[in-house]
Structures are given as C-alpha cells and as structure tokens.
Design a binder for this molecule. Structure first.
Ligand code: ACO
Length: 399
C-alpha cells in the first residue's frame, strides 16, 4: 500500500534490492563463482587445483597480488611475514582486559582494530608502502592474536612466536603448545588446516567482504576495515554455520533420534528445524569446497578419534539428504560448513574458535578486495540509497 511516486519525484529512480540479491556493487578480478555449476576459482585457478597443489601462503599471494609467485617471490613473502609475527608487548596487555569467558571473535576484532594505534602511519591509505606493510602485518599478526585470544580464555600464558615455523605451524603451536609442553607438530594436521584455510580464502562479495569494502571506501585503513569484516563474520548467519552443524549433530546424539527421524522433522518443517550445513545462497549444486573437504574429514576423524559417532550421524544425514526428493527439488547440497566443524573439533579446537579459524582463512580475501578497491580510479564512497516509508511531514504537537 506504500505510494512510491512522491519519493521518486524527489530522488529520481532508485533500485530497491533488499539483501543485494541482484545488485553488483563492484567489478572484481579476484574470485569467480558459478553457483549453479558448483564452480569456484581464485584469479582464474580452479579451487580443486589450488587445494591439491598450492599452500595457504601461496594462495594468499595469488589473491592479493593477482599472480602465482615464483619460488623466489614466495620465499621472500614467507620471510617478510615471519619477520612480523611479534605483537607489541603493550598490545599483549590488551588480552588481559577482557572477561576470561569472552568469545574470541570480539577479542580478535578489537585487537586487529587496535593495531592502528601502534602503526599510526597506516592511517594514510594513499601511501602504497603503508598498504603493503599493513598487508604483511595483518597476515603475520592475526594468527598470533587469534591464538592469544584462545590462550587467555583458558587461562594459559602466551607463548612467543617461533619464526622457524611456518604461519600455520606457528598458529597451532601458539594455540596448543605451552612453555611446559611444546606442541608436537603433526604434518597431516598442518596440511588439513592449510587446506581449510585455502578453501575459505575468498568468496567474492559475501557479507564480511562487502563490509570490508564499504568501510574501506570511506578511506578507513586496512586494520579498521578488516576489523569490521571480522565483526560481520561473527554473525551466526555468516560465520557461525559450522558451530550450528555441530550443535545439531550433538542434539541428535543426545536425544537418541535416528538420522531418518530427524530428516522427517526437517522435511515437515517441524519447529522450523533445518538441516544445518545444507543449502547455500549461491551454490545450487554441490559446494565445490565441501567436495574437497569431505575426504579430509574422513581421514582426520579416522585418525584422531578412531571413528566418531558425530561423523557417523553426519554421513548418514548426508546420504539420506542426497537421495531425498525434498532436497533434490530444492537443490540443497552440503556446504563447506557441514564438514569443517567436525574437523576443527577433532583437531582440538573448542567451538568458540571455529569462526576465528574462518576469519584467518578469509583474511587474504579481505586484503585482496580492499586493495583492489582502493586502487580503483575514481573510487566512490559506498552509500546505498533507501526507500523512505515513514511518516510524511507532521507538526510537533502542542501539549
Ligand atoms: N534444510 C531444510 N530445508 C532447507 C534448508 C535446509 N538446510 N535450506 C533451505 N531449505 C528449504 C527452505 O525451507 C525453502 O523451502 P520452501 O521452498 O518449501 O519454503 C527452500 O529450501 C529455499 O530456502 P531459502 O531459505 O529460500 O534458500 P536461501 O538460498 O535463501 O538460503 C541458506 C540459503 C540460508 C544457507 C539456507 O539453505 C539455510 O538456512 N541453510 C542452513 C544453514 C547453513 O548451513 N548456513 C551456512 C551457509 S554457508 C556460509 O555461510 C559459509
């Protein structure tokens, strides 16, 4: 019943597109997705090939600089990042200021935001050298910040990074190691985590990435923009799905419901339950990342937990869903989160850390998108329009 005519008279034509379902806010050369065909490519390279042949470090380079590095370039990139892993001692004091039971996501976003206070030169986003330095600092320090957020939550002392280790190894060491007991590196776990990070590294204009671009379009620096992206990712509708999958599997286990009965509940839309980890706004086919991670889920769970009841439930749900008309008709397939939570759990990460791991993976994507945006000639500040549907003009009442 809303009359749009007066508004159009004052503002000209606008596109009304809630949720930006059909509006491209930018051109981009970074990531290509064809949801119908189940295709994901970074800079033109299929995710399947990167998953098999690349590393998270190399994929980060590819996303940020546009081309795969030569071995010499990769080595230089690696060394630069290793040199920047230390956090300012005063920044470490920051972690003690939060409640012990704090969720690590707001701790992560606060500490990343606070990086601007130590690196004040980074505030000038027109300085290419500063943009490059902020890139390296973020890649090097965010895993350390993430590990410290976890350490504080369990009341353990913070370890110093050891730069003889790679980015991913250092993160595992800082998270699970203690001064009393060094972390024993398992190459299979390092590789699995590396793969998970590659699979999360970019996903074009999702909510957190669009947030990074929008904040950055106001010429806010990279730390501020990435911190905003972390906050967007903290929302359960975006970064929290893998936690939700695990919660669902645990409920099924605790209530002793069979996966078959649970599926009936989902199909009848009883209490609004959905099969968590299924369906995707963009993929109306098998999520290619889910396909890649499925085998790893089996390998890691087989190795670490010697057969896991939750994985068994997950596999039975998956098998049922893929053969069920309800899911086939609606093109509902498992998404990447159907498996990641199970793998993270088997690796020893508490559920609160799942979204943090997502953030670590997505970081190179955020950086690449931020850099692409600020290099755009004639960049415009992001400023969506609205349809005003409130009161017409009225007078302040005389009482
Ligand atoms: N289980 C059961 N039914 C589902 C599911 C599901 N997981 N997902 C969608 N449907 C049904 C809906 O009920 C609807 O049915 P209807 O036509 O009979 O009403 C139909 O499929 C279409 O659903 P929409 O909600 O319109 O689909 P949309 O593309 O908007 O939603 C979403 C995508 C939000 C991911 C949805 O599939 C969902 O809620 N999935 C479960 C949560 C989840 O795994 N989220 C993670 C997404 S991936 C990520 O964030 C990295």
């Amino acid at each position: 019943g809303f009359d749009i005519a007066p508004m159009l008279k004052s503002t000209g034509n606008v596109t009304y597109d809630p949720g930006f379902m059909n509006t491209a806010a930018t051109k981009s050369e970074i990531t290509y997705i064809d949801g119908g065909a189940g295709i994901l490519r970074y800079r033109g390279y299929p995710i399947e090939q990167l998953a098999e042949k690349s590393s998270f470090l190399e994929t980060s380079y590819l996303l940020i600089y546009g081309e795969l590095p030569t071995p010499t370039e990769l080595e230089a990139f690696d060394q630069k990042i290793r040199r920047h892993t230390l956090l300012h001692e005063e920044l470490k004091g920051f972690f003690g200021g939060f409640p012990r039971e704090a969720h690590p996501m707001p701790v992560l976003s606060s500490a990343v935001s606070a990086l601007s206070t130590w690196y004040q030169d980074s505030l000038d986003t027109s300085d290419e050298e500063q943009v490059e330095l902020s890139t390296i600092r973020l890649l090097a320090k965010m895993p350390v910040i993430a590990a410290y957020a976890y350490k504080k939550s369990i009341g353990q002392a913070l370890l110093y990074p050891d730069n003889s280790h790679s980015l991913v190894e250092n993160f595992l060491r800082l998270t699970f190691g203690t001064a009393a007991e060094p972390y024993v590196m398992d190459p299979e776990i390092v590789k699995a985590l590396d793969l998970l990070l590659i699979l999360h590294a970019d996903h074009e204009q999702n909510c957190s990435t669009s947030t990074v671009r929008l904040v950055g379009s106001a010429q806010a620096n990279m730390f501020a923009s990435v911190s905003a992206g972390i906050n967007a990712l903290s929302g359960p509708a975006h970064g929290g799905a893998n936690e939700a999958v695990l919660k669902m599997l645990r409920t099924i286990q605790a209530e002793g419901v069979s996966p078959e009965d649970y599926m009936e509940k989902v199909k009848n839309k009883e209490d609004g339950v959905r099969l968590m980890g299924f369906g995707h706004r963009v993929y109306k086919n098998y999520d290619p990342r889910a396909k890649l991670i499925k085998q790893t889920a089996h390998d890691i769970l087989g190795k670490l937990s010697g057969g896991d009841e939750l994985l068994d439930i997950a596999m039975r749900l998956e098998e049922k869903a893929l053969a069920d008309d309800y899911f086939i008709e609606r093109k509902l397939y498992p998404n990447v989160d159907f498996y990641t939570g199970l793998i993270y759990k088997a690796m020893g990460f508490p559920e609160k850390m799942f979204t943090v791991l997502f953030a670590l993976g997505r970081l190179p994507g955020w950086i690449a998108q931020y850099r692409e945006m600020i290099q755009e000639p004639g960049l415009k500040i992001g400023r969506p329009r609205q349809l005003y549907v409130g009161h017409p003009e009225r007078d302040y009442p005389t009482r």
